[in-house]
Design a protein around this ligand. Structure first.
Ligand code: FE2
Ligand code: FE2
Length: 231
């Protein structure tokens, strides 16, 4: 770890650039994921609640990670001396999570499902630790509070329209992730909104058609933003 790039997990909001900074936004999502995973692992959780909670986890994990790959890791490669190695490691973790969760979704009746869920939870928690301890502190060192807030806004804009399901075949780096991932977010969000057919699904397809236009715009802006932003 670079000197001065200490884990931010115990630092307060002011020293992380304020509530709207990328570091605080990341920390809030990570805490939410961790709480949902703990709830999934509690013994007294009813089966129907587990399904709903699992869906919430999947949606948050993939939209959060896609926005990292699009906005944060390209910046980190530019500002951290070991940025290439650090981001490659976390992209490999994201890929592993994509492959495992895709397998879980493909095989709902497999007897190994419970074991795979635990593996997925462990991988997500490992990813959170690596980001908070190794990667994100470099952004605190490289950028002032105002830039951390601008990076936070760009990341949030991409996350709001990002794919919400696993896509192990999509590259983990821009521009390939955006070119192939953004169109898939329409189908993901359709599945999220209306799992069946009928009027609700037709309404959802209209919403999704608007979402893809917004997603494309947000990602193009974010990729430009990541290229332009200087520490
Ligand atoms: Fe993260
Ligand atoms: Fe991540």
């Amino acid at each position: 770890m670079t000197v001065g790039a200490a884990s931010f997990s115990l630092q307060d909001a002011d020293s992380l650039g304020g509530d709207e900074s990328i570091l605080m936004r990341q920390r809030r999502d990570h805490a939410r994921l961790d709480a949902m995973i703990s709830r999934c692992q509690s013994e007294d959780l009813p089966a129907d609640e587990l399904d709903a909670l699992w869906l919430d986890i999947v949606q948050l994990v993939f939209s959060h990670a896609f926005a990292e790959e699009t906005v944060l890791w390209p910046l980190l490669r530019r500002v951290a001396p070991d940025g290439e190695a650090l981001t490659r490691q976390v992209e490999e973790e994201h890929q592993e999570i994509n492959e495992l969760i895709a397998r879980i979704e493909r095989s709902p009746d497999d007897p190994r499902r419970a074991e795979w869920l635990q593996q997925a939870f462990a991988l997500v928690r490992q990813d959170i630790r690596d980001e908070e301890d190794e990667l994100l502190p470099h952004l605190r060192v490289a950028f002032d509070d105002r830039k951390l807030r601008r990076i936070g806004a760009a990341w949030e804009a991409v996350r709001a329209t990002a794919p919400t399901r696993p896509h192990p075949g999509v590259p983990r780096r821009p521009p390939g992730n955006a070119l192939r991932g953004v169109p898939l977010s329409v189908f993901d969000r359709l599945r999220d909104l209306a799992p069946g057919s009928g009027p609700a699904a037709r309404r959802a397809s209209l919403v999704a058609a608007g979402a893809v236009a917004a997603a494309g715009g947000a990602v193009v802006l974010a990729v430009r933003f990541a290229r332009r932003t200087r520490s």
